[in-house]
Each structure stands twice: as structure tokens, then as C-alpha cells.
Design a protein around this ligand. Structure first.
Ligand SMILES: [Zn+2]
Length: 278
């Protein structure tokens, strides 16, 4: 039996067509979301949790998506998590955690770092709803449960967030090394990971493809989050202050941490920035 890995409540109703067609729809949705949020910011200076949920009801009425406040002890800034069916093999909807103010459940117009998170997570949801292959990669699919958990953890600890998870000595050395040296380091680490856990060639390919999807998705979401500042005249000063404060060295802050690094690394970062940022 064919398993529908993203059910009808987890993708935009009637979504069909080529990848390019879907990208077009995603672009329209992105613009519509921005317009709705901007109107609220203009009229009242903030947007509420219920209003964000309302944007989804309006633009993607069939989607099962709830918007909740980020848990107090969270070590991340926001997320668009999946709701799974019991077998964990299909996704039925989403749960978006955003950093609302504790007392009022609002995000203010001038809370630029929160607007960036909101736009970033919204981008994940648009991608999942219009390009279900992104969401499918998060289901267990062909990999056995144990292997899936191993590869998920490896992604979380090493691929997505390797700058923060590596020890500080390792971290400095890693950040200061050239791009080929970094790639070499990653190659070695991954091959020992695959060997240690006896991944078959097929599982290796499957895992690497998943990670490629995850990374591309993050790049898109970070671009969307960053352009929310650049294009919408959100206070740029607040953005850099926010980045300085951030504990986690994600892609954005890596670029902005350039001051402390060697000239050649700074040059590399500028190159990367040009390549990957809006
Ligand atoms: Zn993300």
C-alpha cells in the first residue's frame, strides 16, 4: 500500500504542478503573509498569536497549523515542528513555536529579532505546504527507526549547528580554517559516523540526500528572515545588536562574527555572504 506521507491537512489544498509552479505559489504566499503582517504592524504596532493563526486560516484554510508560544526554557528561538500520525510515517500538520511576549502573546513591530524568527518559521511552513518533499524528508521513510534517530541527531548536533556544538578549541580552529579544510574535516567526521553505525551504502545516500534537503530548506528560511529586515526597513541597528547577543552561531551570526577572525576568514565570509544572503 502506498503511504501518503504528507496528508491533506499538511499541504496546500489542490497543490499540483511542477516544482517551478509551486515556487511561484510559495512566492505569492510569502508576499501575502508579509502584507497581512505589515498591515497589522502599521495599524496597531504589533501582531498577535491569534492573528498569525488567522493568516494561515485565510491563506491555507485546510492546513492543520497551530501557533503557540515558545517554551520558556527553549534553547532555540522558534520552530515549525511537525504533527505526526501515530506510525510516525506521515505528517498531518504543524505546530509553530514563536517568541511572543509572555504577558500579551504579541510580537511588536520593533522586536526585529522576533520578526526575523517569525518570517523564518513561516518560510518553513510555506515550503512544507507547497513542496511536500521537504516535509517528507522528516518522516522516517525507508530508514529504520534507530538509523533515523541517529541521522537526525547527527544533523542537529553537527550539520545544522556544528559551530556551537564543537568544543571551543575545536570551534576556533574550525572557523579559522579554509573552506577546503572544513570540507575535509566534515568528510572525515561523517565517514567515521557512517562506519561506526554500520550504515549501508543505500542508507548513506538516503541520509546525505535528507541532509541536503534540510540544509537547502534552512538557507531559504534564513534568506527570508534576513530579507524581512533588508526590504521592510526594520531597524538594522536592532538586527546587529541581536546578532551580538545571540549565543548560537548560526549561519547569519557566523557572517557577523567576522570581526574577531583572521583577514582570510573574513574574506571567505564576505564571499559566502554574497553567495548565500539576500
Ligand atoms: Zn529553520
Amino acid at each position: 500500500m502506498l503511504i501518503q506521507r504528507v496528508t491533506d491537512t499538511a499541504k496546500l489544498a489542490g497543490i499540483t504542478g511542477s516544482c517551478a509552479d509551486r515556487m511561484k505559489i510559495a512566492k505569492q504566499l510569502r508576499a501575502q503573509f508579509s502584507k497581512l503582517a505589515e498591515d497589522k504592524f502599521e495599524k496597531q504596532g504589533f501582531v498577535t498569536q491569534a492573528e498569525i493563526e488567522g493568516f494561515y486560516k485565510k491563506l491555507m484554510p485546510n492546513l492543520d497549523l497551530e501557533v503557540v508560544n515558545l517554551p520558556k526554557n527553549a534553547d532555540y528561538q522558534g520552530q515549525c515542528d511537525f504533527k505526526y500520525n501515530l506510525d510516525k510515517k506521515s505528517i498531518s500538520g504543524y505546530r509553530m513555536e514563536l517568541p511572543f511576549s509572555e504577558t500579551e502573546n504579541i510580537i511588536k513591530k520593533d522586536e526585529s529579532k522576533y520578526i526575523k524568527t517569525m518570517t523564518h518559521e513561516e518560510e518553513h511552513s510555506i515550503l512544507y505546504a507547497t513542496q511536500p518533499k521537504y516535509a517528507i524528508k522528516w518522516t522516517k521513510g525507508k530508514l529504520s527507526t534507530e538509523k533515523f534517530d541517529l541521522q537526525s541527531d547527527k544533523y542537529g548536533d553537527f550539520i545544522y549547528n556544528n559551530e556551537t556544538k564543537l568544543s571551543s578549541v575545536h570551534n576556533k580552529k574550525y572557523l579559522r580554517s579554509s573552506e577546503p579544510a572544513r570540507i575535509n574535516f566534515i568528510k572525515k567526521d561523517l565517514s567515521s559516523f557512517f562506519n561506526k553505525n554500520s550504515f549501508t551504502p543505500e542508507e548513506k545516500i538516503d541520509t546525505l540526500q535528507r541532509w541536503r534537503h534540510y540544509i537547502r530548506e534552512e538557507m531559504t528560511a534564513y534568506k527570508a528572515g534576513t530579507s524581512a529586515f533588508v526590504n521592510k526597513k526594520f531597524p538594522i541597528k536592532a538586527l546587529s545588536a541581536d546578532l551580538k547577543k545571540r549565543k548560537s552561531l548560526t549561519l547569519n551570526s557566523t557572517f557577523n562574527a567576522g570581526k574577531k577572525l583572521s583577514n582570510s576568514t573574513q574574506k571567505n565570509m564576505k564571499r559566502w555572504k554574497k553567495k548565500y544572503m539576500v
